[in-house]
Every structure is written in C-alpha cells, then in structure tokens.
Ligand binder design. Structure first.
Ligand SMILES: NC(=O)c1ccc[n+]([C@@H]2O[C@H](COP(=O)([O-])OP(=O)(O)OC[C@H]3O[C@@H](n4cnc5c(N)ncnc54)[C@H](OP(=O)(O)O)[C@@H]3O)[C@@H](O)[C@H]2O)c1
Length: 293
C-alpha cells in the first residue's frame, strides 16, 4: 500500500514511518527535519501554507494517510494561537478534504487531552471538554475529520513514551536529563495518565491499516497503556529500572505549581474497545522502560 505520513520527523511519526516502511511504500511529510529512514520518500512541506497539497496527493496516490503532524507544545499553542489553528485545524481540513475526494482512509492522531481530566478512565462514549488551547485545536480537528470524510479513524493516544526519535523525544527526555544530572525532578502526585509505549502506539496504527477494508470501520478508538499512573509513579518506576535515586523526585500537587497549569488532572483512557475489536494488548510502563534499556 502507499502510506502517507504527516509529522514523520516527529516522535510518533518517525516510529510509525520506520515500522511501516518494512512492508509498505511510505511517503513522509516533514517540515524542518527529514531524518533518513531506509525506503522512505521525504516530502518537505509547511502545513501553514497548505497550497500544493493536492499535487502531493496526485503524485503519491495514497491508500492511507496517517495524519500525525501538529503543533504539539501546549505552551507554544497557547502563545501562538493563530499558528496553532493553521497547523492543527486548517491543514487538517485540507488533508481531510483531499482524503474525501479520493476516498482515502485517514487515521487521525488525536489526544487524551480532549478530556478535562475531572474524572479519568474515559471511554469513547464520554463527553469531551478540552482545557488547553492545544487540546481544543485537536478536538476541533477531530470534528473536521469526521465531517469531511466517513472513511476515517480517530485515535486518541495517551501520553506516549519511548526512546527518543532523531528529532523529537517524549516527556522522558527532560525527566531523564534531570535524574542523570542528579538534579531534583519535580513531578505531580495528582496528575494521572495511562502512558503508552510508542511501539504499541505504532502497533495500533498497523492493526487499523491491516483491517482497513473490513467492516464495520472503527471511527473512534482510545489507545492508552494498561495502567493509570501519576507522574510520581512513573518517575519511581523510571528510577527503579534505570538505577536512579528516587530521593531526587520532588513531589508536588498541581495546585502548588507557581504558574497556571494549563493541563488536565486525570485523562486516563479506558481501552476495552481497542482490546476487544483490535486485540490490542499494550505493555505496561515497567516493561516499556525495560525494552528501552
Ligand atoms: N507525544 C504524545 O505524548 C502524544 C499524545 C497524544 C497525542 N499525540 C499526537 O500525536 C501526534 C504526534 O505527536 P508527537 O509527539 O510525535 O509530535 P512531535 O514529536 O512534536 O512532532 C510533530 C511533527 O509535526 C510536524 N510539524 C509541525 N509543524 C509543521 C508544519 N508547519 N508543517 C509540517 N509539519 C509540521 C513536525 O515536523 P518538523 O519536526 O520536521 O518541523 C513533526 O514531524 C500529534 O498529532 C499529537 O497531537 C501525541
């Protein structure tokens, strides 16, 4: 199949492109960076100006689009709202429109942050209520995808972790830097996630591609790890596996942070649907860290 991946130079996109290129023809879009991946054709492109996208679609003739490009920094999106809307919403509109025109299957990478985090254990049937501007753009983009084309799956990924990709890294980057330098690492006791190992995130994308023509199509699915953990829990497991001193962890509550925390408390995802319909069995955080060693 011809697979077109946007955001392929980013954390999730790079792992997905690398894995899919073993069996498919992969066309990868990137903006500033184009890391070498064997067999992958790179297309440098700036989504802030989505002109010329139709030509790309004509040339590639994709069977599947995995749309993972986004302005992903919560702070950056808040500071630069126009840009965030251009990249996260407007460009998604253009891509979804072109997918609709060619009846191309689109998998859209959304986020657990579409929920406000007041309850946790969110299923696909739960009401969304994004807190940050970033999350709002992602939620609007979900609506854009489903309103433009019926041939879609929206995957809401939980917090991703894994070894860094050539140009991006997960939250483990700054956490690991702190422990390595012997610096105190401030982590929340009351912010919960269901962290997903990046290789398992790729697995769900591959499973969706494999059943692309098998009805009924999955329109919305949650992809999280098997455990609900606080940031402190994650830090402790990290220290245990990598041999760092847990006394470096400085435990605080979200409310104690000086600046306004533009983030949700508990956006843990329920993954029963993915388990049942896709046989998705992601590994836990400890197993992910051990795989990274
Ligand atoms: N990481 C997580 O924990 C997580 C959790 C839930 C959902 N998600 C979603 O998963 C997707 C991938 O996340 P990630 O963490 O892998 O992101 P990332 O590492 O920040 O990568 C973002 C990607 O988007 C591309 N991009 C940004 N601005 C662009 C522009 N103007 N034109 C073209 N491309 C542009 C970047 O290209 P360049 O680097 O080449 O500029 C990069 O390839 C995102 O949609 C995100 O919302 C991520």
């Amino acid at each position: 199949m011809n697979i077109f991946i946007t955001g392929a130079s980013g954390f999730l996109g790079w792992y997905t492109a690398t894995s899919l290129a073993r069996i498919h023809k992969v066309f990868a879009m990137a903006h500033r960076n184009s890391p070498v991946i064997e067999g992958v054709h790179w297309i440098p492109y700036d989504l802030r100006d989505p002109r010329g996208m139709d030509r790309i679609f004509e040339e590639i003739k994709p069977d599947v689009v995995f749309h993972a490009a986004a302005m992903t920094s919560v702070k950056e999106c808040d500071r630069n709202r126009q840009e965030a809307m251009k990249i996260n919403i407007k460009a998604t509109e253009r891509i979804a429109e072109l997918c609709a025109r060619g009846d191309v299957y689109i998998i859209y990478a959304s986020t657990d942050l579409v929920f406000d985090g007041t309850r946790g254990n969110y299923s696909e049937n739960d009401r969304t209520n994004p807190v940050s501007f970033y999350a709002r753009t992602k939620r609007v983009a979900e609506e854009v995808v489903l309103s433009f084309t019926s041939n879609h799956t929206i995957v809401r990924f939980a917090l991703l972790f894994g070894p860094p990709s050539p140009h991006s890294r997960s939250f483990l980057g700054w956490m690991g830097d702190g422990f390595r330098d012997g610096q105190p690492v401030t982590l929340f006791t009351d912010q919960f996630r269901t962290p997903l190992y990046v290789k398992d995130a790729v697995d769900i994308v591959e499973k969706l591609i494999a059943r692309k023509d098998q009805p009924p199509q999955i329109k919305l699915i949650h992809a999280g790890g098997p455990e609900r953990l606080s940031r402190v829990d994650i830090g402790r497991i990290f220290c245990g596996v990598f041999g760092y001193d847990t006394s470096l962890i400085k435990e605080i509550q979200m409310a104690e942070k000086g600046e306004v925390v533009n983030d949700a408390a508990d956006v843990s995802l329920a993954i029963e649907k993915a388990r049942k319909v896709l046989g998705f069995e992601p590994r836990g955080v400890r197993a992910g860290f051990e795989d990274m060693r």
